[in-house]
Design a protein around this ligand. Structure first.
Ligand code: UTP
Length: 297
């Protein structure tokens, strides 16, 4: 039976070690991408796809995340007094975006463990997972396409990106078979961060999932894997190998713009790519960038 999915789970409890020392006292999901923290792009994407009930999995230094989606009376009053309605609108927008709930992960024992913390809130319904440091450009369609496929197939749906074979060791990699839909593949196997030699394809899982509630039972019994962490990829592999449990696993192949803001180089690229297209920054940034690039030659 098709189910209208309304819940989004956003894991944001990782240690963000690649970004130290910036992430010593602040979650990496709060790093600004132009003038919004990365996490706000992710919540906006969930809301745009119709997911209005957001559960954030947080960890140490959670305050900044919670504060960002909460009211700041003093700031609002000051902006109102100054008549700065445009900035007041921006501040309130983040507050009113969605109903955001929080649960703490305790020890960051891996992405699979973070997702398992959502069990009480989600209950027995399919739900979406959006990684808090992964931004999908709002001009490209992904999550709504995944939700549509979930409704059609009543299966687990993950987002796949074809990556350079030199990068497979950074991702969960899927073995796939074609379906009748051009942008959808059936996943027959998954391996977390394989070496280039062991990878059976270059289809990498990126940070968007539409999961069946059966994932929780599987995660309960998934032992620590790569890096000593409970890996979501390992639980998905169990579902792919046993399609009778919950309809198997399918991948929607994404060919749009995606920014991994947890990676320093990708983070810098994200800011530049998003800023050059903005009406308020692009006209000044573009000629400056061209000039700057000339001097690099
Ligand atoms: P990453 O592996 O990118 O996060 O996890 P990390 O461990 O914070 O990164 P580095 O390597 O130390 O820099 C992907 C997503 O899963 C979340 C992260 O917050 C990120 O959004 N995550 C990861 C958790 O919520 N809990 C965990 O235990 C691990």
């Amino acid at each position: 039976m098709a189910f209208t999915i309304t819940k989004a789970v956003i894991p944001a409890a990782g240690l963000g070690t690649r970004f130290l020392p910036a992430t010593k006292a602040m979650p990496k999901e709060m790093l600004p991408v132009v003038d919004k923290p990365a996490i706000q792009y992710v919540v906006e994407e969930a809301v745009a796809a119709g997911l209005t009930d957001v559960l954030m999995i947080t960890g140490r230094n959670k305050n900044a995340l919670e504060n960002h989606f909460d009211r700041v009376g003093e700031l609002e009053a000051t902006l109102l007094m100054k008549g700065d309605i445009e900035r007041l609108r921006k501040v309130n927008y983040a507050t009113d975006l969605a109903e955001v709930h929080y649960v703490r992960q305790g020890d960051p024992k891996g992405l699979g463990h973070a997702v398992l913390r959502a069990r009480m809130h989600v209950g027995h319904e399919p739900f979406a997972v959006l990684l808090g440091d992964d931004i999908i450009d709002e001009r490209d369609v992904l999550l709504s396409r995944m939700l549509e496929e979930q409704g059609k197939r009543n299966a687990t749906i993950v987002a796949l990106l074809e990556v350079d074979p030199a990068q497979v060791h950074m991702y969960g990699i899927a073995t796939v078979e074609p379906t009748d839909d051009d942008d959808v593949v059936c996943i027959t196997g998954l391996v977390e961060k394989p070496s280039r030699e062991k990878a059976l394809s270059n289809y990498a899982i990126i940070g968007r999932y539409v999961l069946q509630p059966e994932i929780f039972d599987i995660l309960e019994h998934t032992p620590a894997g790569k890096g000593g962490e409970i890996q979501l990829t390992d639980a998905l592999q169990t579902l792919a190998a046993n399609p009778s449990i919950a309809g198997g696993v399918y991948g929607v192949v994404f060919r749009g713009r995606r920014y991994d803001t947890g990676d320093r180089l990708d983070y810098i690229k994200a800011i530049v790519q998003l800023a050059v297209d903005r009406d308020d920054l692009g006209p000044d940034l573009r000629p400056w960038l061209k000039d700057f690039a000339k001097n690099l030659e």
